[in-house]
Design a protein around this ligand. Structure first.
Ligand code: ADP
Ligand code: ZN
Length: 260
């Protein structure tokens, strides 16, 4: 189904304030097309780090629904409290809330024309279909699955610690001394609230059940590429650049140096 005119990206009546078809045509004619990328991957695959580097290299905004929800939860609003309950339980935030959030972020033409790297959205088939219904076939140039098996991500998630002040993440492997103060800024370092054993299990199960049909669908659209996420972060970054570069002309080897 193609985009409907005057649709906005909401769960109820998907819509836009501008007719999207003409938006896309104009973008193609008058300005350089900015990359639109979806990145998927199991929790603990290193998606956050890799997405930040890739987005910087492509000069497009890195939009992480997890980060947006954590910010909302920290606000302490009614919506924030509802979101926090889902985050802490390790369950998915309802589609209606997710789509409202994305509508706020991508609801205007300028935001869409700036391109984007979507990290953590879409995460269900319904979310993927809503995205393409609203933005049309040009909703994504490519969807990358950063693939890391469960046996590798489980110990990573158990070892993950986050600075509450600057957001830096650290790894404390089993048996190693616990980190309580951030070496960078001195802030308190804790586990993420959804990195409890029960929430980790629930999130990984959700990825397997909810994202599998989405991956099949993206593959049928010819958009899916898979990149192995096991290994040194610099090597994984290079693999991503090489693979995505075959689909996205902006990402050629000398388009921009990667941030170190
Ligand atoms: P992870 O995928 O490693 O759990 P994220 O930071 O991507 O971490 O997401 C954290 C939480 O935010 C998820 O467990 C879920 O509750 C919520 N969330 C993020 N993106 C979505 C989405 N697209 N749909 C539903 N819930 C989401
Ligand atoms: Zn810090």
């Amino acid at each position: 189904m193609g985009p409907t005119e005057n649709a906005t990206l909401t769960a109820g009546g998907v819509g836009v304030t501008q007719p999207l078809a003409s938006t896309d045509r104009r973008a193609g004619e008058t300005m350089k097309h900015r990359t639109r990328l979806i990145v998927l991957g199991r929790q603990g695959a290193g998606k956050g780090t890799q997405c930040a580097r890739l987005a910087a290299r492509l000069s497009v905004p890195h939009i992480s629904t997890g980060d947006l929800f954590r910010a909302e939860a920290a606000n302490g609003t009614d919506l924030g409290r509802q979101v926090a309950a889902h985050l802490d339980a390790g369950s998915l935030v309802p589609d209606a809330v997710v789509l409202d959030l994305l509508a706020a972020r991508l609801g205007n033409t300028a935001a869409r024309e700036a391109g984007y790297l979507l990290d953590g959205f879409p995460r269900t088939l319904a979310q993927g279909q809503a995205l393409f219904e609203v933005l049309g076939a040009r909703a994504a140039d490519v969807a990358v699955e950063l693939h890391v098996p469960t046996s590798v991500v489980l110990p990573r998630l158990a070892a993950r610690r986050v600075c509450q002040k600057c957001g830096a993440t650290f790894s404390v492997p089993e048996g190693a001394a616990e980190i309580t103060r951030c070496p960078r800024c001195g802030g308190p370092v804790t586990r993420r609230s959804d990195d409890t054993d029960a929430a980790i299990a629930r999130r990984l199960a959700a990825y397997d059940h909810e994202s599998a049909p989405l991956l099949v669908w993206l593959d049928q659209l010819g958009l899916l590429v898979r990149v192995e996420g096991v290994g040194d972060p610099d090597e994984v970054h290079q693999r991503l650049v090489d693979t995505v570069g075959t689909r996205v002309p902006e990402l050629d080897a000398d388009c921009a140096p990667p941030p170190s």
